[in-house]
Ligand binder design. Structure first.
Ligand code: PBG
Length: 338
């Protein structure tokens, strides 16, 4: 077929032989050729557990998320097992905060108590991860111990992280997730675990954690917004990608078993860069702000929240993540199992 008076020389122009649309004709065909798949096996569900609560307390900036009691988090854990979700990560909110974050490494601390209760209820059917950080436990809200001038003391903080790791492993955590971005934290925690009989406890390093405005709702949930200043002195600048590889390489050298990038959707290139440079599992944290943006727009009817949720999580996998920490875990698992 040609336009009147003009000879058509290329058949491809008029009748393309390569037709990618042939592989999009039916749902079954699209399933067959899918390059990336999202499965319940990819999900890690984060939970907030608060000391001294009588009933779960909804987090207003995270619709569908609550601060849990030991009982309610245990019920959630059982529900996730039934859905086939393989893992959870726990964040604790203590009743009392002080400058050292003393509640973080108590044998009867809120995280340690929750780990024991959940383990009792579900045995080995869930990989139980714990966040190893101080900001939820310090009265100043920073991720480490402070010097008199208000700056975070890296090396003094490492001793606290090591002690927290031991107490969490003693309680039965399978994986310790250091999230404070102190230099040397993975090495310090590995040494502490090894010398306390926890050689089999793994470390998921929040190796690449950006100083992100997307953590806002989490700070409501964990009651851990810094009382002064910000976290730019220890978390990474949003524009830096080469530095991510440096951070990850150091953590691998220090003994990290798995690496994590955080947040996720705004940092897909960084996930891909880590994937291409390292062979150990790479995780991504779809953080509170990413979750709440979807929920807020969906609530207003501006987007289809379920569809956007699946699209985001699939994109994170396409970028190269092996698994995803996400507040969407339970609802997405329900959709995937339907
Ligand atoms: C620090 C920690 C934070 C998050 C996970 N671990 C907050 C911060 O660095 O300010 C944020 C996760 C989220 O936003 O969902 N312990």
């Amino acid at each position: 077929m040609g336009i009147k008076g003009i000879a058509v020389t290329s058949r491809v122009m008029a009748f393309p032989e390569r037709r990618p649309r042939r592989l999009r004709t039916t749902p079954a065909m699209r399933r067959l050729v899918a390059e990336t798949r999202l499965s319940v096996d990819d999900l890690v569900a984060p939970f907030f557990v608060k000391e001294g609560l009588d009933a779960p307390e909804p987090v207003l900036s995270m619709p569908g998320v609550a601060q849990h009691t030991i009982e309610s988090v245990t019920l959630e854990a059982k529900a996730l097992v039934a859905l086939g979700v393989p893992s959870i990560i726990l964040f604790g909110v203590p009743l009392v905060k002080d400058e050292r974050g003393s509640g973080a490494d108590r044998a009867d601390g809120i995280v340690q108590t929750a780990v024991r209760a959940i383990r009792d209820a579900v045995g080995d059917s869930l990989v139980i991860m714990t966040d190893d950080c101080l900001d939820e436990f310090t009265d100043h809200g920073h991720c480490g111990l402070l010097r008199p001038d208000g700056s975070v003391d890296n090396d003094a903080t490492l001793e606290r992280y090591a002690s927290i790791a031991i107490s969490q492993a003693d309680a039965g955590a399978d994986v310790i997730g250091p999230s404070g971005m102190m230099d040397g934290q993975v090495g310090a925690i590995r040494a502490a675990l090894d010398s306390s009989g926890h050689a089999d406890t793994a470390i998921l390093s929040y190796a690449v954690k950006y100083a992100s405005a997307l953590y806002g709702p989490f700070r409501d949930a964990a009651e851990c917004a810094p009382k002064f200043g910000d976290r730019r002195g220890y978390q990474m600048d949003a524009g830096n990608a080469r530095e991510a590889l440096e951070e990850a390489a150091l953590d691998v050298e220090e003994g990290a078993d798995m690496l994590m990038v955080k947040p996720a959707v705004a940092y897909l290139d960084v996930i891909t860069a880590l994937r291409n440079s390292f062979d150990i599992p790479v995780a991504a944290y779809h953080v509170s702000g990413e979750y709440s943006m979807i929920k807020a727009a969906a609530e207003r009817g501006w987007i289809d929240g379920d569809a956007v949720a699946l699209e985001h999580l699939l994109a994170i996998k396409r970028a190269g993540a092996d698994f995803i920490l996400t507040y969407l875990a339970r609802e997405v698992a329900e959709v995937l199992n339907a």
